[in-house]
Design a protein around this ligand. Structure first.
Ligand SMILES: C[S@@+](CC[C@H](N)C(=O)[O-])C[C@H]1O[C@@H](n2cnc3c(N)ncnc32)[C@H](O)[C@@H]1O
Length: 206
């Protein structure tokens, strides 16, 4: 789902408010769970305001590199401003579901809270891009909603989810994402859960 300029400007604040201030700590914890080493090259699909990339940049050091792709000019501006102290972090305006030109260039690919906003055929496009862009043995990290029953969610949260998220996100809760990744060549899945298993960091190897 594309984000307008106003929503982009308030995205970080919105995430802080809905998580009662927990979001930055959560992201740091999640990035710590990723096996990212100094010197690695990382691709971030739908990089948003670049907040996650700061944490990743601290892990890869100056010998590594990050390329963030996003479609929103406002998000890209915010990300470039935020990551200015890191000369090895770069952002490009790029639609991530369309065929990308990268071939076996990245050690890891990360995408967070992006996949749920796409139609299934577009998700396949993104997964295919990730597979092609990863070096052999590289890891695709997907942070997004876990599969869960919305009916079981505490009423205020269910209300917020239904009114705050798009229809595609509701469908995503029922999607067998591992099956989709498997169909595009990924294997060796591992997963970590957060926020009472409502969020999942899924790791898939090429
Ligand atoms: C919910 S935000 C998540 C941002 C960031 N990954 C994070 O976790 O903070 C989704 C991001 O995906 C971007 N996006 C949406 N559709 C896109 C597309 N077709 N190609 C590239 N980026 C896209 C949006 O502009 C936005 O920055």
């Amino acid at each position: 789902m594309e984000v307008g300029p106003r929503a982009a400007r308030h995205y970080d604040l919105f995430m802080n408010v809905v998580s009662l201030g927990y979001y930055p700590r959560l992201i740091r914890k999640i990035v710590d769970k990723m096996d990212i080493q100094p010197g690695q090259s990382i691709l971030d699909l739908g990089s948003g305001t670049g907040r996650n990339d700061i944490f990743i940049a601290q892990k890869i050091g100056l010998e590594g590199s990050i390329l963030g792709l996003d479609i929103s000019k406002e998000m890209l501006n915010l990300a470039r401003k935020r990551c200015r102290p890191y000369p090895n972090v770069e952002f490009k305006e790029q639609r991530i579901e369309m065929p990308l030109t990268y071939h076996e260039e990245f050690d890891s690919i990360f995408t967070s809270f992006v996949l749920h906003g796409f139609e299934d055929t577009q998700k396949i496009g993104i997964i295919t891009n990730a597979y092609r862009a990863l070096k052999p043995g590289g890891i695709f990290y997907i942070l997004d909603y876990n599969e869960f029953d919305l009916e079981m969610l505490w009423f205020p949260l269910r209300w917020a989810f239904i009114h705050g998220e798009c229809q595609l996100a509701l469908e995503f809760l029922k999607l067998d994402l591992k099956e989709m990744l498997l169909s595009q060549g990924f294997t060796s899945f591992e997963q970590e859960f957060f926020l009472r298993e409502h969020l999942r960091l899924l790791k898939a190897a090429k």
